[in-house]
Design a protein around this ligand. Structure first.
Ligand SMILES: O=C(O)[C@H](O)COP(=O)(O)O
Length: 210
């Protein structure tokens, strides 16, 4: 009989993309292969990815490192969008420089902002929380920085605006466990142990690298 089971969400931002974001760089392809090798023994039931080239290519290279034939699945919910548009009140209440973040969000196309809330809700439904089944489920989502921040924020029940300031490095690994009757648990965040030093921290500004 199916009963609620833990879900392990493996969350990764796509590997490094070239400047027009039409494909991965050589370094990005190496990152994606290494991420795939890191996940090779994880019994993934699914590999979801956003529809854009950089997430699609990353997911394909990850899948190619496996012997189990799990095929990547494109999902709009794993795509590139603003998951929640912060209000001035949110930001002032959070004690941060409101103009800075309002200007930051305003630079993204209206379409990415308008569709975001609904897509973010779908992503939470599809990719987070315990699952029904006979055993724990392991799933990979290859996505973009903003949805990554949104999912980590949600795992900590932080305020909606707080996806801002949570940043994932390219091809780093974040793992969240959702067990029935327990709070969500971020097991690892931005793990880059599978990447050599020169392939770590890409996709982040210098002040976010440690
Ligand atoms: O939508 C996003 O997450 C940001 O625009 C960053 O995008 P990226 O993760 O594709 O670089």
């Amino acid at each position: 009989m199916d009963t609620p089971q833990p879900r392990y969400l493996y969350l990764a931002r796509h590997a490094e993309a070239n400047s027009d974001e039409s494909a991965l760089t050589d370094a990005g392809r190496r990152q994606a292969v290494l991420l795939g090798e890191r996940l090779r023994e994880v019994p993934l039931a699914a590999i979801h990815h956003g529809p854009l080239a950089r997430t699609t290519e990353t997911a394909r290279l990850v899948a190619e490192q496996r012997a189990d034939g799990v095929q990547p699945l494109a999902s709009d919910a794993a795509g590139d969008y603003i998951p929640y548009e912060p209000t001035r009140e949110d930001l002032v209440g959070g004690g941060v420089d409101a103009d800075r973040y309002l200007d930051f969000v305003a630079q993204f196309p209206p379409a990415e902002r308008a569709a975001g809330a609904q897509l973010a809700g779908r992503a939470e439904k599809l990719f987070t929380g315990p699952v029904d089944g006979s055993e724990p489920r392991h799933e990979l989502v290859v996505t973009h920085n903003f949805l990554g921040g949104w999912i980590v924020r949600a795992a900590y029940d932080a305020p909606a605006w707080r996806w801002l300031g949570i940043n994932l490095a390219n091809a780093a690994l974040t793992v969240i466990r959702y067990a029935p009757g327990r709070p969500s648990s971020v097991l690892v965040f931005n793990d880059m142990g599978h990447l050599p030093a020169e392939l770590r921290w890409t996709g982040l500004p210098p002040e976010s690298r440690v």
